[in-house]
Design a binder for this molecule. Sequence first.
Ligand code: GLC
Length: 541
Amino acid sequence: MTTETNWFTKAVFYEVLVRTFADSNGDGVGDMQGLTSKLDYLQWLGVDCLWLPPFFSSPLRDGGYDVADYTNVLPEFGTIEDTRALIAAVHGRGMRIIIDFVMNHTSSAHPWFQASRTDPTGPYGDFYVWRDEPDEYLDARIIFIDTIDSNWSFDEVRGQYYWHRFFDHQPDLNFENPRVFEEIQDALRFWLAMGVDGFRLDAVPYLIEQDGTDCENLPGTHALLKRVRAMVEEEYPGRILLCEANQWPQEVIPYFGDGDECQLAFHFPVMPRMYMALAREDKTCLVDIIAATPPLPPGTQWGTFLRNHDELTLEMVTPAERDFMWDFYAPEPRMKCNLGIRRRLAPLVDGDVQRIKLLHALLLALPGSPVLYYGDEIGMGDNIWLQDRDGVRTPMQWDNSPGAGFSTADPSTFPFPIVDSPGFTQDVVNVEAQLDDPDSLLHWLQRTLSVRRELEALALGDFVDLEGDNAAVYVVARQWGDQRVIAAFNFSASAQTATLTPGAFDPESVHVLVGGAAFGDHEGAPTMTLASHGFAWLVAR
Ligand code: GLC
């Protein structure tokens, strides 16, 4: 493992659900040892850092984001020792691992909440946000609009209302109580001491409430995160904080602080616009959001992604854009979920490998550290009929056996069934078959990631829109020292030519690294012709 402190600025992240990746003991549930046994594969693919969503004790009513014990492992996933062994195995390969940490709320099954509701004057009485009347913070929006209609719920035991930004079984912690922060800090220390390389900080905009505001991104929230960073910096320097704030760029920038808050933050608004540009065959929405993204403080980085374990969120688009996205990508009502779409990458583009490659080539060339989602590397499908967001969390398809190589147990005992939609079953989509086929999506992605690893410009370089004259063709340059990489993407289903400004590059000197294009000269200006949904990464003078 390198000791570079800026490793995260050029790392490729991979989000993997322990529960559905690999089952080592045949009980039908994925586990730490199963994940450990797949590290060779992830290393081969080109993953630098794993991101594990919550694997702690939990009733699993929100995919583990309903934590019942911050310093334990859900027994069906394994033990603390298994987790320690996983971390050691990850590090042994020169890779890293970050884990989710849910500071905003706990499960209602957490002993703190149980103590809080039964003993209001006891030590945990003030750990949550209790009120006699549900009349405060009414300007705060509701996030899970499919499920809840108020951020207040009445607790029969305590005879009071408690505040929750997510499900009613996820009471928000009360950070006005200094003991809450101390407990959270100790839980963070527990995992830091075990060797994790950092945290994805879940749902941070909502840590602090203040009446008369929308209760998002408040100064007190930033003050808390700065204290987390100060602790990490002092006790475990080099470990990272990745901020989950589903907000506009100008609201997210403060989460980097002056380099004293989070090192990374997801860029939510750019995600739906990659799909929108493709649907509209027009780059404008992407050009605009990138132009509207302020520069980053030194030593920080965006996290970019195409899909994750949640719905494809459409919170960061206009209402008209949301309707367009729903019409295009969620033609069946069941495909909608909250303000988003409960589908995986491959089904969103009709399983079309060319468009899956185009989106990945784009993701890997835009500013930011890419965060891949397990299964997307083979174009795995989804099951929109499963509850909530579970349809994108189905077992990893390793081979064409009845349990898809995920588990030897009876598939009817799996947390979720293996995808059974035509074209996406395990006999069509699986790792083994794609490993055997050098022309597969999996091999393409592996090769593309290895090319990117050599191109620091794609990770760290300045970003320039080369402003080709064709709205369907997005051409950008990334410059880092002497290295200049040009990346071009054709969002149109038909072949397209773009003419760039004179001097943008010398068409005689082009060396294509990934994808393909034809080059020419139009009255002294370079031109580029890309096939239907074609793309290219190239170096040129
Ligand atoms: C984050 C997670 C999501 C979870 C929510 C509440 O947004 O990504 O899966 O449901 O927080 O914890």
